[in-house]
Design a protein around this ligand. Structure first.
Ligand code: GLC
Ligand code: CA
Length: 533
């Protein structure tokens, strides 16, 4: 049985905003908080009820805000704390919750704590970070190169699991934990409804077993942060690389006082050898991983997350669907994912079927991970191959300014901080919303279907796919409602399950059941007799 809180969380439909690229309200080419406030009606209309905002705190932007120099204030380019207060008020007026990004594993090297810490070995902030005379191990930073950086002032090395400008906080130090609790409470006081916790499993390291994340004190630390009266009512989702149901249960089980839910990446790691290297795959593999986790989460009374995209991933249509059949594949992937059991997360631009842009030069990329990969060129590829890899895997694929219209730079605002999407003339909000086959309209219908029928929010999930290739069929039901979701990935398929029903959502316009599905066709049927299997 799920707890009352878990049941509430299943009703969330979260939209992720990458503020730098969402809407520029004052023409300086950088998205900002007032831009978000301007667009809340657009989001309300879509039907979402929560926003996860990527970091908007003060930052020198070595990793676009994931390097925080002041946890309690807003980045100048994004506006002021008053703008933030207006934004959250306007969200709440519309019944939209605000989930802030909590970057707890590291600060910016420009943060006061680190500026102090690096001054001398006996500085009071020294132990806020990890220091050593020599690198303690051969850990590699996620963005390439050694995770240990030499710092001349004190002739020691510090640990950074990510960029050089993102020194890891030493969570073994109780003062660090107190600081982070105070940061959480500060934002809760100001009215936030939850946190998305960045690379949270990195906060406990295992120097003995040589593991950078998910160390022995991980659960203890998370419990200390979120198992408190002050945090009881908030929603938390962790970005964690846990890949076993028992471990996940220890983190998000209802009785644990740790997190509400977790992002896992198993299903989107299909189709690539590494971030920048594609490999052949079938959608069946993704389906099988989804089925595996749907089964495990249901068996263990856990609530998971449903997503294909975020600000670190290329666009799902380009990776898993078809750019030629953009409408069909964007909508099918949405139905396949978001009607399952769990909490949907939509990334900005996904609701209009965005695809990856394409550029010929590294100069059109900004992301630190991408630029480091280009510089290091670990597989010694020639220039053309390297640029192809980058077009495939770069995080900038999903970080281009949101195209609102076909006006210059997609009507984003001023000349954008990063080159506009190469395809904004064709794919933009205004064009999609007025198209006959509109991805936005399909998302809206899908969200309404999910929101208005308990079978999708709280119902049982049952896999009906059988041993078929190229198709995913599942059922969602309660005692009084039952729906069947059919998604075709590849060739025409014949559906030979014996059921009757009324089609309530379709991306082909075909509303009767004829057992034949075109490529990327999806349909949802309401079963008249909900007791049958
Ligand atoms: C997470 C974020 C990513 C960031 C990294 C370091 O993976 O999603 O964007 O670069 O953490 O904070
Ligand atoms: Ca701006």
């Amino acid at each position: 049985m799920l707890s009352k809180k878990q049941k509430e969380h299943q009703k969330l439909i979260v939209y992720q905003i990458y503020p730098r690229s969402f809407k520029d309200s004052n023409g300086d080419g950088i998205g900002d908080l007032n831009g978000i406030t301007e667009k809340l009606d657009y989001l309300k209309e879509l039907g979402i009820n929560a926003i996860w905002l990527s970091p908007c705190y003060k930052s020198p932007n070595e990793d676009n805000g994931y390097d925080i120099s002041d946890y309690r204030d807003i980045m100048d380019e994004f506006g002021t704390l008053d703008d933030w207060k207006r934004m959250i008020d306007e969200m709440h007026k519309r019944g939209i919750k605000l989930i802030m990004d909590l970057v707890a594993n590291h600060t910016s090297s420009e943060h006061k704590w680190f500026k102090e810490a690096r001054k001398s070995k006996d500085n009071p902030y020294r132990d806020y970070y990890y220091w050593a005379d020599q690198p303690l191990n051969d850990w590699q930073s996620v963005f390439g190169g050694s995770a240990w950086e030499y710092d001349k002032a004190t002739d020691q090395y510090y640990l950074h699991s990510f960029a050089i400008g993102q020194p890891d906080l030493n969570w073994e130090n109780p003062k660090v934990r107190e600081e982070m609790k105070a940061v959480i409470d500060y934002w809760i006081e100001l009215g936030v409804d939850g946190f998305r916790c960045d690379v949270l499993d990195y906060i406990s390291k295992d120097f003995k077993l040589n593991k950078m994340s998910n160390g022995p004190r991980f659960h203890e630390f998370v419990h200390e942060l979120f198992g408190r009266a002050e945090t009881e009512h908030i929603f938390t989702v962790g970005e964690c690389g846990l890949n076993n149901a028992e471990d996940i249960k220890r983190l998000i089980g209802a009785d644990r006082g740790e997190l509400s839910t977790v992002f896992q990446f198993d299903h989107i790691d299909v189709g690539r050898r590494s971030k920048f290297a594609p490999q052949p795959f079938k959608l069946d593999e993704i389906r099988d991983r989804l089925i595996k986790w749907q089964t495990a989460f249901q068996e263990h009374d856990l609530v998971g997350t449903l997503f294909f995209e975020n600000h670190d991933q290329p666009r799902a249509v380009s990776r898993f669907g078809s750019e030629e059949k953009r409408y069909e594949s964007a909508t099918m992937l949405a139905a396949m994912s978001y009607l399952q059991r769990g909490i949907p997360f939509i990334y900005q631009g996904q609701e209009i079927g965005s695809i990856d842009p394409h550029y010929d030069s590294i100069d059109d990329f900004d992301d630190i991970e991408t630029v480091n990969y280009y510089k290091m060129n670990p597989e010694k590829l020639d220039e053309a191959e390297l640029i192809e890899r980058i077009n495939f895997g770069s995080r900038d694929n999903s970080r281009r300014p949101m195209p609102w219209s076909d006006e210059e730079n997609g009507g984003f605002g001023g000349k954008p901080w990063i080159r506009a999407h190469s395809g904004y003339k064709d794919i933009n909000v205004a064009a999609d919303m007025s198209a006959e086959r509109s991805v936005y309209k399909f998302f809206k219908e899908l969200i309404a279907l999910r929101t208005n029928n308990e079978a999708f929010t709280d119902g049982v999930w049952e896999n009906l796919t059988g041993k078929r290739d190229g198709i995913y069929i599942y059922r969602r039901y309660t005692d009084s409602e039952s729906y069947i979701v059919v998604c075709n990935f590849e060739n025409e398929s014949v559906l030979d399950i014996d059921y009757t029903g009324e089609c309530v959502l379709s991306n082909s316009g075909i509303r009767e059941i004829n057992g034949v599905y075109a490529p990327y066709e999806c349909a949802v049927y309401k079963q008249n007799d909900c007791t049958r299997k």
